[in-house]
Design a protein around this ligand. Structure first.
Ligand code: NAD
Ligand code: UFG
Length: 339
Protein backbone atom coordinates (compact mmCIF):
# COMPACT_ATOMS: atom_id res chain seq x y z
CA UNK A 1 0.00 0.00 0.00
CA UNK A 2 1.02 3.62 -0.45
CA UNK A 3 0.83 5.33 2.93
CA UNK A 4 0.75 8.99 3.98
CA UNK A 5 2.72 9.18 7.23
CA UNK A 6 1.77 12.49 8.82
CA UNK A 7 4.19 13.42 11.60
CA UNK A 8 6.61 10.95 10.04
CA UNK A 9 9.82 12.68 11.18
CA UNK A 10 8.94 12.21 14.86
CA UNK A 11 9.90 9.49 17.30
CA UNK A 12 7.20 6.89 16.57
CA UNK A 13 6.68 7.92 12.93
CA UNK A 14 10.33 7.45 11.97
CA UNK A 15 10.44 3.96 13.50
CA UNK A 16 7.15 3.07 11.84
CA UNK A 17 8.42 4.03 8.39
CA UNK A 18 11.13 1.36 8.74
CA UNK A 19 8.57 -1.33 9.58
CA UNK A 20 6.33 -0.20 6.71
CA UNK A 21 9.21 -0.55 4.23
CA UNK A 22 10.12 -3.94 5.68
CA UNK A 23 6.54 -5.07 5.06
CA UNK A 24 6.68 -3.89 1.42
CA UNK A 25 4.67 -0.66 1.71
CA UNK A 26 5.74 2.68 0.28
CA UNK A 27 5.40 5.98 2.15
CA UNK A 28 5.41 9.72 1.84
CA UNK A 29 6.35 11.39 5.12
CA UNK A 30 4.77 14.75 5.91
CA UNK A 31 5.83 16.86 8.88
CA UNK A 32 6.15 20.54 9.81
CA UNK A 33 9.19 19.68 11.96
CA UNK A 34 7.78 21.56 14.98
CA UNK A 35 9.07 18.78 17.26
CA UNK A 36 11.56 16.95 15.03
CA UNK A 37 14.10 17.44 12.27
CA UNK A 38 14.53 15.84 8.87
CA UNK A 39 17.82 14.30 9.97
CA UNK A 40 15.67 11.48 11.42
CA UNK A 41 14.40 10.69 7.93
CA UNK A 42 17.91 10.85 6.44
CA UNK A 43 18.90 8.20 8.96
CA UNK A 44 15.82 6.11 8.22
CA UNK A 45 16.88 6.24 4.55
CA UNK A 46 20.32 5.00 5.58
CA UNK A 47 18.74 2.08 7.50
CA UNK A 48 16.35 1.02 4.75
CA UNK A 49 18.83 1.71 1.93
CA UNK A 50 16.57 4.03 -0.04
CA UNK A 51 15.43 7.65 0.19
CA UNK A 52 12.28 8.49 2.16
CA UNK A 53 10.01 10.83 0.20
CA UNK A 54 9.39 13.81 2.50
CA UNK A 55 7.21 16.89 2.24
CA UNK A 56 7.64 19.65 4.79
CA UNK A 57 4.11 20.89 5.44
CA UNK A 58 1.74 21.69 8.25
CA UNK A 59 -1.18 19.30 8.56
CA UNK A 60 -3.41 22.30 9.31
CA UNK A 61 -2.67 23.76 5.87
CA UNK A 62 -5.75 22.70 3.91
CA UNK A 63 -4.38 23.66 0.47
CA UNK A 64 -1.12 21.79 1.08
CA UNK A 65 -2.90 18.66 2.37
CA UNK A 66 -5.35 18.69 -0.52
CA UNK A 67 -2.48 18.91 -3.02
CA UNK A 68 -0.53 16.12 -1.30
CA UNK A 69 -3.52 13.78 -1.25
CA UNK A 70 -4.52 14.69 -4.81
CA UNK A 71 -1.07 14.02 -6.20
CA UNK A 72 -0.30 10.82 -4.35
CA UNK A 73 -3.40 8.59 -4.45
CA UNK A 74 -2.70 7.17 -1.00
CA UNK A 75 -4.27 3.89 0.08
CA UNK A 76 -4.14 4.90 3.75
CA UNK A 77 -3.05 7.63 6.12
CA UNK A 78 -1.27 7.12 9.45
CA UNK A 79 -1.65 10.24 11.57
CA UNK A 80 1.08 10.81 14.14
CA UNK A 81 1.13 14.61 13.95
CA UNK A 82 0.33 16.30 17.22
CA UNK A 83 1.74 18.13 20.18
CA UNK A 84 2.25 15.62 22.98
CA UNK A 85 3.71 17.13 26.16
CA UNK A 86 1.17 16.66 28.95
CA UNK A 87 2.51 19.43 31.23
CA UNK A 88 2.90 21.93 28.39
CA UNK A 89 -0.68 21.25 27.32
CA UNK A 90 -1.90 22.46 30.73
CA UNK A 91 0.02 25.73 30.26
CA UNK A 92 -0.89 26.12 26.55
CA UNK A 93 -4.34 24.58 26.11
CA UNK A 94 -5.29 26.70 23.12
CA UNK A 95 -2.17 25.73 21.19
CA UNK A 96 -2.82 22.04 21.90
CA UNK A 97 -6.50 22.07 21.00
CA UNK A 98 -5.81 24.19 17.93
CA UNK A 99 -2.99 22.06 16.58
CA UNK A 100 -4.21 18.58 17.39
CA UNK A 101 -7.86 19.10 16.51
CA UNK A 102 -7.38 21.22 13.37
CA UNK A 103 -4.62 19.02 11.96
CA UNK A 104 -6.98 16.05 12.16
CA UNK A 105 -9.98 17.91 10.72
CA UNK A 106 -7.93 19.19 7.78
CA UNK A 107 -6.49 15.75 7.10
CA UNK A 108 -9.89 14.07 7.18
CA UNK A 109 -11.24 16.64 4.72
CA UNK A 110 -8.28 16.20 2.38
CA UNK A 111 -8.83 12.45 2.52
CA UNK A 112 -12.56 12.75 1.89
CA UNK A 113 -12.02 15.11 -1.05
CA UNK A 114 -9.51 12.76 -2.63
CA UNK A 115 -11.01 9.33 -2.03
CA UNK A 116 -8.67 8.05 0.68
CA UNK A 117 -10.81 6.22 3.25
CA UNK A 118 -8.36 4.36 5.47
CA UNK A 119 -7.06 6.04 8.60
CA UNK A 120 -4.88 5.00 11.54
CA UNK A 121 -4.86 7.32 14.53
CA UNK A 122 -2.25 7.62 17.31
CA UNK A 123 -4.36 7.52 20.43
CA UNK A 124 -3.18 6.89 23.92
CA UNK A 125 -3.77 4.96 27.12
CA UNK A 126 -4.45 8.38 28.58
CA UNK A 127 -8.07 8.07 27.33
CA UNK A 128 -8.71 5.51 30.09
CA UNK A 129 -7.99 8.14 32.77
CA UNK A 130 -7.55 6.38 36.10
CA UNK A 131 -8.55 3.01 34.63
CA UNK A 132 -11.64 1.23 35.89
CA UNK A 133 -9.93 -2.14 35.36
CA UNK A 134 -6.38 -3.53 35.37
CA UNK A 135 -5.22 -4.95 33.04
CA UNK A 136 -7.04 -2.57 30.73
CA UNK A 137 -9.02 -4.09 27.86
CA UNK A 138 -10.50 -2.04 25.05
CA UNK A 139 -13.91 -2.50 26.73
CA UNK A 140 -12.76 -0.45 29.72
CA UNK A 141 -14.75 2.79 29.77
CA UNK A 142 -12.91 5.99 29.01
CA UNK A 143 -12.10 7.89 32.18
CA UNK A 144 -11.75 11.43 33.50
CA UNK A 145 -8.83 13.09 31.76
CA UNK A 146 -6.83 15.71 33.62
CA UNK A 147 -5.05 17.57 30.82
CA UNK A 148 -5.79 19.18 27.42
CA UNK A 149 -3.42 16.84 25.56
CA UNK A 150 -5.39 13.81 26.73
CA UNK A 151 -8.65 15.61 25.95
CA UNK A 152 -7.58 16.06 22.33
CA UNK A 153 -6.97 12.30 22.03
CA UNK A 154 -10.32 11.43 23.58
CA UNK A 155 -12.23 14.03 21.56
CA UNK A 156 -10.54 13.01 18.31
CA UNK A 157 -11.40 9.37 18.97
CA UNK A 158 -15.05 10.44 19.16
CA UNK A 159 -14.76 12.51 15.99
CA UNK A 160 -13.31 9.51 14.17
CA UNK A 161 -15.96 7.14 15.51
CA UNK A 162 -18.65 9.52 14.23
CA UNK A 163 -16.96 10.00 10.85
CA UNK A 164 -16.74 6.24 10.35
CA UNK A 165 -20.34 5.76 11.44
CA UNK A 166 -21.52 8.30 8.86
CA UNK A 167 -19.37 6.73 6.14
CA UNK A 168 -19.24 3.00 6.87
CA UNK A 169 -17.01 2.35 3.87
CA UNK A 170 -14.20 4.07 5.81
CA UNK A 171 -11.81 1.95 7.86
CA UNK A 172 -10.61 3.71 10.98
CA UNK A 173 -8.18 2.14 13.45
CA UNK A 174 -7.66 3.81 16.82
CA UNK A 175 -4.39 2.62 18.36
CA UNK A 176 -4.12 3.29 22.07
CA UNK A 177 -0.41 3.35 22.78
CA UNK A 178 0.88 2.55 26.22
CA UNK A 179 4.41 3.83 27.05
CA UNK A 180 6.77 3.65 24.06
CA UNK A 181 10.47 3.67 24.95
CA UNK A 182 13.72 2.45 23.39
CA UNK A 183 15.07 3.04 19.93
CA UNK A 184 15.95 1.27 16.72
CA UNK A 185 18.69 -1.30 17.53
CA UNK A 186 21.05 0.44 15.05
CA UNK A 187 21.30 3.38 17.46
CA UNK A 188 20.79 5.76 14.51
CA UNK A 189 17.27 6.94 15.35
CA UNK A 190 15.58 7.43 18.70
CA UNK A 191 13.69 9.82 20.96
CA UNK A 192 15.04 13.37 20.89
CA UNK A 193 13.02 15.50 23.29
CA UNK A 194 13.43 19.28 23.37
CA UNK A 195 14.75 20.66 26.67
CA UNK A 196 14.22 18.83 29.94
CA UNK A 197 12.54 15.48 29.26
CA UNK A 198 9.07 14.93 30.71
CA UNK A 199 9.10 11.18 30.25
CA UNK A 200 10.90 8.60 32.31
CA UNK A 201 13.23 6.87 29.83
CA UNK A 202 14.77 9.96 28.20
CA UNK A 203 15.31 11.34 31.71
CA UNK A 204 17.08 8.12 32.69
CA UNK A 205 19.31 8.08 29.58
CA UNK A 206 20.19 11.78 29.95
CA UNK A 207 21.10 11.16 33.58
CA UNK A 208 23.21 8.14 32.62
CA UNK A 209 25.06 10.16 29.98
CA UNK A 210 25.68 13.03 32.44
CA UNK A 211 23.39 15.72 31.00
CA UNK A 212 21.16 15.54 34.12
CA UNK A 213 22.47 15.15 37.65
CA UNK A 214 19.91 12.70 38.95
CA UNK A 215 16.51 11.25 38.17
CA UNK A 216 13.62 12.45 40.32
CA UNK A 217 11.29 9.53 41.10
CA UNK A 218 7.83 11.07 41.36
CA UNK A 219 6.38 9.46 44.48
CA UNK A 220 7.07 6.19 46.32
CA UNK A 221 3.81 5.99 48.23
CA UNK A 222 1.51 4.65 45.51
CA UNK A 223 -0.40 1.43 46.07
CA UNK A 224 2.07 -0.58 43.95
CA UNK A 225 4.60 -3.30 44.92
CA UNK A 226 7.45 -0.80 45.56
CA UNK A 227 5.36 2.38 45.89
CA UNK A 228 6.43 3.89 42.54
CA UNK A 229 4.20 4.25 39.49
CA UNK A 230 3.64 1.20 37.28
CA UNK A 231 3.38 1.47 33.47
CA UNK A 232 3.24 -0.75 30.40
CA UNK A 233 6.48 0.13 28.60
CA UNK A 234 6.66 -1.03 25.00
CA UNK A 235 9.64 -1.06 22.63
CA UNK A 236 9.08 1.57 19.96
CA UNK A 237 9.89 -0.99 17.23
CA UNK A 238 7.09 -3.23 18.53
CA UNK A 239 4.76 -0.26 18.57
CA UNK A 240 5.85 0.53 15.00
CA UNK A 241 5.08 -2.99 13.81
CA UNK A 242 1.62 -2.63 15.37
CA UNK A 243 0.87 -0.10 12.62
CA UNK A 244 1.75 -2.63 9.93
CA UNK A 245 -0.68 -5.03 11.60
CA UNK A 246 -3.33 -2.31 11.70
CA UNK A 247 -3.00 -2.02 7.93
CA UNK A 248 -3.94 -5.69 7.73
CA UNK A 249 -7.14 -4.85 9.63
CA UNK A 250 -7.79 -2.17 7.04
CA UNK A 251 -7.17 -4.60 4.18
CA UNK A 252 -9.77 -6.85 5.83
CA UNK A 253 -12.26 -3.94 5.85
CA UNK A 254 -12.42 -3.62 9.62
CA UNK A 255 -14.70 -0.56 9.67
CA UNK A 256 -13.99 0.88 13.11
CA UNK A 257 -11.42 -0.95 15.21
CA UNK A 258 -9.76 -0.06 18.51
CA UNK A 259 -6.62 -1.74 19.84
CA UNK A 260 -4.42 -1.39 22.88
CA UNK A 261 -0.74 -1.53 21.93
CA UNK A 262 1.22 -2.54 25.00
CA UNK A 263 3.03 -5.61 26.29
CA UNK A 264 0.62 -6.47 29.11
CA UNK A 265 3.44 -6.21 31.69
CA UNK A 266 3.59 -3.49 34.32
CA UNK A 267 6.97 -2.20 35.50
CA UNK A 268 7.50 0.31 38.28
CA UNK A 269 9.80 3.32 37.96
CA UNK A 270 12.38 1.54 40.12
CA UNK A 271 12.02 -1.69 38.07
CA UNK A 272 12.97 0.33 34.99
CA UNK A 273 15.88 2.05 36.73
CA UNK A 274 17.24 -1.28 37.98
CA UNK A 275 16.76 -3.03 34.61
CA UNK A 276 18.57 -0.14 32.90
CA UNK A 277 21.47 -0.30 35.37
CA UNK A 278 21.79 -4.08 35.05
CA UNK A 279 21.63 -4.41 31.29
CA UNK A 280 23.90 -1.44 30.58
CA UNK A 281 26.27 -1.70 33.55
CA UNK A 282 25.82 1.98 34.39
CA UNK A 283 24.49 3.70 37.51
CA UNK A 284 21.47 5.99 37.43
CA UNK A 285 21.50 8.25 40.49
CA UNK A 286 17.99 9.03 41.69
CA UNK A 287 16.10 10.54 44.59
CA UNK A 288 12.47 10.33 45.64
CA UNK A 289 10.42 13.46 44.91
CA UNK A 290 6.77 14.31 45.54
CA UNK A 291 4.12 12.82 43.29
CA UNK A 292 3.62 14.55 39.93
CA UNK A 293 0.18 16.12 39.55
CA UNK A 294 -2.14 14.08 37.34
CA UNK A 295 -0.17 10.80 37.61
CA UNK A 296 -1.95 7.54 38.37
CA UNK A 297 -0.59 4.55 40.28
CA UNK A 298 -0.92 1.76 37.74
CA UNK A 299 -1.56 1.51 34.01
CA UNK A 300 -1.02 -1.62 31.95
CA UNK A 301 -3.08 -3.34 29.32
CA UNK A 302 -4.42 -6.63 28.20
CA UNK A 303 -3.06 -6.78 24.61
CA UNK A 304 -4.98 -9.97 23.66
CA UNK A 305 -7.36 -8.29 21.20
CA UNK A 306 -4.52 -7.17 18.91
CA UNK A 307 -3.04 -10.67 19.09
CA UNK A 308 -6.31 -12.48 18.39
CA UNK A 309 -7.45 -10.21 15.58
CA UNK A 310 -4.18 -9.02 14.03
CA UNK A 311 -1.64 -11.61 15.15
CA UNK A 312 0.37 -8.78 16.68
CA UNK A 313 2.20 -8.99 19.95
CA UNK A 314 5.25 -7.27 21.38
CA UNK A 315 8.51 -9.17 20.85
CA UNK A 316 10.92 -7.17 22.98
CA UNK A 317 11.27 -7.18 26.76
CA UNK A 318 12.33 -4.51 29.23
CA UNK A 319 16.03 -5.47 28.81
CA UNK A 320 15.99 -4.76 25.07
CA UNK A 321 14.07 -1.53 25.66
CA UNK A 322 16.72 -0.34 28.14
CA UNK A 323 19.63 -1.56 25.97
CA UNK A 324 18.38 0.19 22.83
CA UNK A 325 17.45 3.41 24.64
CA UNK A 326 21.01 3.61 25.97
CA UNK A 327 22.57 2.63 22.63
CA UNK A 328 20.79 5.60 21.04
CA UNK A 329 21.65 8.06 23.83
CA UNK A 330 25.32 7.16 24.16
CA UNK A 331 25.87 7.35 20.40
CA UNK A 332 23.91 10.61 20.09
CA UNK A 333 24.40 12.37 23.42
CA UNK A 334 22.79 15.53 22.08
CA UNK A 335 20.18 13.92 19.88
CA UNK A 336 19.98 14.66 16.14
CA UNK A 337 20.70 18.33 16.10
CA UNK A 338 24.09 18.61 17.69
CA UNK A 339 26.07 15.67 16.47
P1 NAD B 1 6.78 13.38 18.15
O1 NAD B 1 6.59 14.77 18.65
O2 NAD B 1 8.17 12.84 18.12
O3 NAD B 1 6.16 13.23 16.68
C1 NAD B 1 5.04 14.00 16.26
C2 NAD B 1 5.44 14.66 14.96
O4 NAD B 1 4.35 15.44 14.49
C3 NAD B 1 6.63 15.60 15.11
O5 NAD B 1 7.61 15.27 14.15
C4 NAD B 1 6.05 16.99 14.86
O6 NAD B 1 6.98 17.84 14.23
C5 NAD B 1 4.86 16.67 13.98
N1 NAD B 1 3.75 17.64 14.03
C6 NAD B 1 3.11 18.16 15.11
N2 NAD B 1 2.15 19.00 14.72
C7 NAD B 1 2.16 18.99 13.35
C8 NAD B 1 1.39 19.66 12.36
N3 NAD B 1 0.43 20.52 12.68
N4 NAD B 1 1.67 19.42 11.06
C9 NAD B 1 2.66 18.56 10.71
N5 NAD B 1 3.43 17.91 11.60
C10 NAD B 1 3.17 18.13 12.91
O7 NAD B 1 5.83 12.42 19.00
P2 NAD B 1 5.74 10.84 19.03
O8 NAD B 1 6.19 10.38 20.37
O9 NAD B 1 6.35 10.27 17.80
O10 NAD B 1 4.16 10.67 18.99
C11 NAD B 1 3.45 10.44 17.79
C12 NAD B 1 1.96 10.45 18.11
O11 NAD B 1 1.69 9.43 19.09
C13 NAD B 1 1.45 11.75 18.71
O12 NAD B 1 0.17 12.02 18.19
C14 NAD B 1 1.37 11.46 20.18
O13 NAD B 1 0.42 12.24 20.82
C15 NAD B 1 0.98 9.98 20.18
N6 NAD B 1 1.36 9.27 21.41
C16 NAD B 1 2.66 9.31 21.85
C17 NAD B 1 3.01 8.66 23.03
C18 NAD B 1 4.42 8.72 23.56
O14 NAD B 1 4.63 8.41 24.73
N7 NAD B 1 5.42 9.06 22.75
C19 NAD B 1 2.04 7.96 23.77
C20 NAD B 1 0.73 7.94 23.30
C21 NAD B 1 0.41 8.59 22.11
N1 UFG C 1 8.47 9.48 36.19
C1 UFG C 1 9.38 9.75 37.18
N2 UFG C 1 10.35 10.68 36.92
C2 UFG C 1 10.44 11.34 35.73
C3 UFG C 1 9.50 11.03 34.72
C4 UFG C 1 8.52 10.11 35.00
O1 UFG C 1 9.34 9.18 38.27
O2 UFG C 1 11.34 12.18 35.57
C5 UFG C 1 7.45 8.44 36.45
C6 UFG C 1 6.02 8.95 36.38
O3 UFG C 1 5.64 9.47 37.62
C7 UFG C 1 5.27 7.68 35.96
C8 UFG C 1 6.28 6.94 35.09
O4 UFG C 1 7.55 7.46 35.44
O5 UFG C 1 5.00 6.89 37.10
C9 UFG C 1 6.04 7.14 33.59
O6 UFG C 1 5.97 8.54 33.32
P1 UFG C 1 6.07 9.11 31.84
O7 UFG C 1 6.03 10.60 31.93
O8 UFG C 1 7.22 8.51 31.11
O9 UFG C 1 4.77 8.52 31.13
P2 UFG C 1 3.22 8.69 31.51
O10 UFG C 1 2.69 7.31 31.81
O11 UFG C 1 2.99 9.74 32.51
O12 UFG C 1 2.60 9.21 30.12
C10 UFG C 1 3.03 8.74 28.84
C11 UFG C 1 2.95 9.87 27.83
C12 UFG C 1 1.53 10.27 27.59
C13 UFG C 1 0.72 9.08 27.21
C14 UFG C 1 0.86 7.96 28.23
C15 UFG C 1 0.20 6.73 27.70
O13 UFG C 1 3.67 11.00 28.28
O14 UFG C 1 1.47 11.17 26.52
O15 UFG C 1 2.25 7.67 28.44
O16 UFG C 1 0.15 5.76 28.66
F1 UFG C 1 -0.58 9.42 27.13
Amino acid sequence: MKIAVIGGAGYIGSHTIIELYKAGHSVVAVDNLVNSCDESLRRVAEIIGQPVPFIKADARDAAAMDKIFKENHFDACIHFAGLKAVGESVAKPLEYYENNMNATFVLLNAMRNNGCKNFIFSSSATVYGNPAEIPITEKCPKGAITNPYGQTKSMLEQVLIDVQKAAPEWNVVLLRYFNPIGAHPSGRIGEDPNGIPNNLMPYITQTAVGIRKELGVFGNDYDTPDGTGVRDYIHVCDLASGHVSALKAIENKCGLAIYNLGTGHGYSVLDVVHAFEKVNGIKVPYSIKPRRAGDIATCYCNPEKAYKELGWKAQFGIEEMCRDAWNWQKNNPNGYRKG
